[in-house]
Design a protein around this ligand. Structure first.
Ligand code: SF4
Length: 242
């Protein structure tokens, strides 16, 4: 992490008021960032209001990068992907607006500027490795300031960034643990809700996805552990061969 951001993230006191104040300063760093322009990766830097939420948020939701709608509205998951995510969160027992509730979710991303459309025109361009490295200190500082009970990785890029490279099929429906600042955090991986991923096209994968949402609800306490599956998803014991 950059020295300035490290000091910001790790300063004392470590109480909620201090972390809230430092989070506001961190977001100021993000909004003023133009590292990818200086590096020749973007023509214009326009950091979106990722990092919305309270340092008390129960979930840290990590997406890939702002989409065109988020870029326009400066609000994460404000387009079609937001509607899909809202439906998923309801299956996990959360209110449909959970991703916009600062007490429930701190929404952030691997990179903070709309990367533009993919060269083929389908979906958005995936941020390059150097862009991810340039933006990484902001995400790490957010991990130091937010104390989530659960981390949700949306899509392959976020999952790779958090738990390491693995096929989505090996991650979705599983709980992986990561260490941050002396704390062990469970990570639930979901497909990205943009609709570009074809992973959800297979019925077996959709069952696996529903199981992951149930796990998320169990971890957050919004669904009872081992409760009857509300939508017919497979249980954890059935996921091994998928
Ligand atoms: S993507 Fe991240 S590192 Fe790159 S300009 Fe935007 S905020 Fe800065």
């Amino acid at each position: 992490m950059d020295d300035d951001l490290t000091r910001l993230a790790c300063a004392e006191p470590d109480d909620e008021a201090s972390r809230t104040e430092r989070m506001a300063r961190l977001q100021g760093h993000v909004f003023g960032c133009a590292r990818c322009v200086a590096g020749g990766f973007l023509e214009v830097a326009h950091p979106v209001a990722r990092g919305k939420g309270s340092v008390r948020a129960a979930m840290l939701i990590v997406g890939q990068a702002p989409g065109a709608a988020g870029h326009t509205h400066e609000k994460p998951f404000s387009g079609t992907a937001g509607k899909t995510l809202s439906a998923w969160l309801q299956i996990a027992g959360l209110p449909p607006w959970a991703h916009h509730d600062p007490e429930l979710a701190f929404v952030t991303a691997v990179t903070r500027c709309f990367p533009g459309k993919a060269p083929g025109g389908k979906g958005d361009r995936v941020p390059s490795g150097p862009e991810i490295i340039l933006c990484q200190p902001y995400l790490e500082a957010e991990f130091a300031l937010v104390r989530p009970r659960v981390v949700v990785a949306l899509g392959r890029l976020a999952a790779t960034r958090l738990v390491g490279p693995a096929p989505l099929g090996e991650l979705i429906g599983q709980v992986r643990e990561i260490e941050r600042d002396g704390r062990t955090l469970p990570v639930i991986t979901l497909p990205h809700p943009s609709g570009v991923s074809r992973w959800l096209n297979l019925p077996a994968n959709r069952e696996q996805h529903l199981a992951a949402l149930r796990l998320l609800g169990e971890l957050l306490g919004t669904l009872p552990v081992d409760s009857p599956n509300p939508v017919g998803a497979v249980g954890r014991s059935e996921q091994g061969g998928m």
